[in-house]
Design a protein around this ligand. Structure first.
Ligand code: DQA
Length: 148
């Protein structure tokens, strides 16, 4: 294993599979974890996962990613659109960041069109459902190999 990637998920994403399936699909967070872990092995990466419904816990997880991980994949869920605290943690963390959303936030309500996370992310993958996490991992693998 050459590099470690933290996959961090925010509020209500523990409900995936049963939460608004027309928007977010039937895939659970456990399914996503399985798929991303398998893809990580092929890319010679090690993926670790954390989900929290609590803004401050997400801030703390980002702070510790700085020491524990080489890259961060984040779906900050609703905090994407509200949290300057999460943005500031991301700006301080100093490792490459890929932002993910299952839904295409630009096709949805106006209040979802702005992302604080995007100001700190190298790029954004949104609208591809659960598969977006695997796409984000592919992007991260490339970012980390370019860095070497
Ligand atoms: C989301 C989009 C957000 O607007 C929403 O609050 C979520 C999930 C997504 O993955 O599509 O909880 O981040």
């Amino acid at each position: 294993v050459n590099a470690k990637v933290l996959v961090l998920n925010g509020p209500n994403l523990n409900m995936l599979g049963s939460r608004e399936p027309d928007i977010y699909g039937r895939t659970t967070l456990a399914d996503i974890k399985r798929a991303v872990t398998a893809r990580a092995a092929k890319l010679k990466l090690k993926a670790t996962f954390k989900q929290s419904n609590v803004e401050g816990e997400i801030v703390t997880a980002i702070q510790s990613a700085r020491k524990k991980a080489d890259g961060l994949i984040i779906n900050a869920a609703a905090y994407t659109h509200t949290s300057v605290a999460i943005l500031d943690a991301l700006l301080a963390c100093g490792i490459p960041i890929v932002e993910v959303h299952l839904s295409n936030i630009y096709r949805r309500e106006e209040f979802r069109h702005h992302s604080y996370v995007s100001r700190a992310a190298t790029g954004v993958i949104c609208g591809f459902g659960a598969h977006g996490y695997e796409l984000a991992l592919e992007a991260m693998a490339r970012l980390l190999s370019d860095k070497k």
